[in-house]
Design a protein around this ligand. Structure first.
Ligand code: XUL
Length: 516
């Protein structure tokens, strides 16, 4: 029996999951919600509320408590943790953990008689960690870009322009605001590499998947970029762990977890990656040709990419694909909440919204809408209300707005992903709104590709468990393929080929709504 353990250290929770590599199935899982389970951190949504000037931080000890509680709960489910051969996982991307010298040494001397929380108190040179929701670093982004010769040069090297939430600009701000504490920093980890460090009781490396979300990793050399290091912080190379290929074994699990949770001492820890790269694995989309569109608070579009192309507009991102090559990720802030706002403005429930879509012909009779109700990053712009064209009157008065809204979102997604040069054969649709048939049909028609609904809950933790199995050799690729075959066995939504021209023309009109 070969079991692997996958861990997802995400923004609001920690999830741990046991996968049976021989049978190809998930056996047990446990989850810890920071708000509900660890109220002492006063972070109901996983971050300290009330940060000023865009500051969004979390206490890294909350992540450690979350890990311990999730492992304890997993053991309570009866999971055979003594049969775990390999452990891997992911963290929310971009967040950084700042260890002082004591912290770096602490990693190698974990005492099973004490909690991680207690052992790491006093070990951080920055007591709280900036996470991906932090937007406080615009000034640092511009400074880095200026030093490198422009935003597109940063994008060419790292796969993204300098982005507020990315680790490099966050590190630069720390150096600028707390230079003494910066000097006292012995190691800067990502959430992912910090988790792998603790689990292995070593100073774990950063791998290409999550490393690419830092504005520091050069995608051509797959090493820290010397100019970017210099533009970001003094002596930064010494403060960062080395970068390694994603499928790198970090070492055996720390004795701490053997003694406290009964994990097999033979279990190896594999380098942790970011939640999005892990999800690519956990959705079975690591081969080019498959695209995942995840419909959530914000919508995301991601796919494997053989070559590291970069977005000439600077809106998309390139990360490492944990199973080799690269992946692309494009985020659309105005996702579910925007659909909901349009639905509410039309006075409809979801059933009524779907009926309104069905009652309007494809192409919405020339009505175009970018349903943005706040800042958007794809394309980058500030909007307070939807941008429209082709409406005879106010959009709120027309039922056709339901179709115009959904078509507009996916036409915009199609335009924003053109630079990736993907030819999707199948689009996996996931997330809340993916079950809506009217929405799935629009996706198929707009992209002129078949759409499959993929129901893989916990794809991030699962991605970790699968990577662990592939790395240890316990998981056969065929078993993994069979698992995904079953997870996407529902009917395929076929595109209507006759609509190709309608949507090509509609896409041009949506582009006309973009800011100049
Ligand atoms: C991706 C991003 C988020 C975080 C948290 O760039 O910022 O998706 O990874 O999920």
């Amino acid at each position: 029996m070969a079991l692997t353990l996958g861990i997802d250290a995400s923004t609001q929770s920690v999830t741990a999951l046991v996968f049976d590599c021989a049978e190809g199935k998930i056996l047990q899982k446990s989850s810890v919600n920071f708000g509900a389970d660890l109220p002492q951190y006063k972070a109901p949504q996983g971050f300290i509320p009330g940060g000023r000037y865009g500051k969004v931080h979390a206490d890294p000890r909350m992540w450690l408590d979350g890990l311990e509680l999730a492992l304890g709960r997993l053991r309570e489910t009866g999971a055979a943790l003594d049969k775990i051969t390999s452990i891997c996982g992911a963290g929310q991307q971009h967040g950084t953990v700042y260890l002082n010298q004591k912290g770096l040494e602490q990693l190698a001397s974990l005492d099973p008689g004490k909690s991680l929380h207690d052992q790491f108190t006093g070990c951080f040179s920055r007591s709280t960690s900036p996470i991906w929701m932090d937007t406080s670093t615009t000034e640092q982004c511009r400074a880095i870009e200026e030093q490198l010769g422009g935003a597109m040069e940063v994008c060419r090297r790292t796969g993204s322009i300098a982005i507020e939430r990315f680790s490099g600009p966050q590190i630069k701000r720390f150096d600028g605001h707390q230079p003494l504490a910066y000097v006292q920093t012995a190691r800067i980890h990502l959430v992912s590499s910090f988790m792998a460090s603790v689990l292995s009781g070593t100073d774990a490396p950063i791998e290409y998947g999550d490393g690419a979300g830092m504005n520091l990793l050069n995608l051509s050399t797959l090493d820290w970029d010397p100019e970017l290091l210099m533009a970001t912080g003094p002596g930064l190379r010494e403060k960062l762990p080395p970068v390694v290929p994603s499928q790198t074994e970090v070492g055996p699990v720390a004795a701490y977890f053997v003694k406290r949770y009964g994990i097999s001492p033979q279990a190896k820890v594999v380098a942790f990656t970011g939640d999005n790269p892990s999800s690519l694995v956990g959705m079975g989309a690591t081969q080019p040709g498959k695209v995942v569109i995840s419909l959530g608070t914000s919508d995301t579009f991601f796919a494997a990419m053989p070559e590291p192309l970069t977005d000439p507009n600077g809106w998309g991102h390139v990360f490492g694909n944990p199973l080799g090559g690269f992946m692309t990720l494009q985020c659309f802030i105005n996702g579910s909440l925007a659909r909901e706002k349009v639905r509410d403005a039309l006075g409809l429930d979801w059933a009524g919204f779907s009926e309104a879509i069905a009652g309007t012909p494809a192409g919405a009779e020339g009505r175009r809408m970018l349903p943005f109700f706040g800042p958007e990053i794809s394309p980058r712009m500030n909007a307070e209300a939807p941008l429209t064209s082709g409406f005879a009157s106010d959009w709120t008065g027309e039922k056709a707005s339901a179709r115009a809204c959904v078509e507009g979102q996916f036409l915009n997604m199609r335009l924003c992903s053109e630079w990736m040069q993907l030819k999707p054969e199948v689009i996996y649709l996931t997330g809340g709104a993916s079950q809506n048939d009217a929405i799935a049909q629009i996706v198929a028609n707009v992209f002129q590709a078949g759409v499959k609904r993929l129901s893989v809950p916990d794809s991030v933790a699962l991605g970790g468990a699968l990577r662990a199995g592939l790395c240890s050799g316990d998981l056969d690729a065929k078993v993994m393929d069979a698992f995904f075959e079953e997870a996407s066995s529902g009917a395929i939504v076929e595109p209507d080929r006759e609509l190709a021209e309608v949507y090509a023309a509609a896409a041009r009109e949506i582009r006309d709504l973009w800011p100049a």
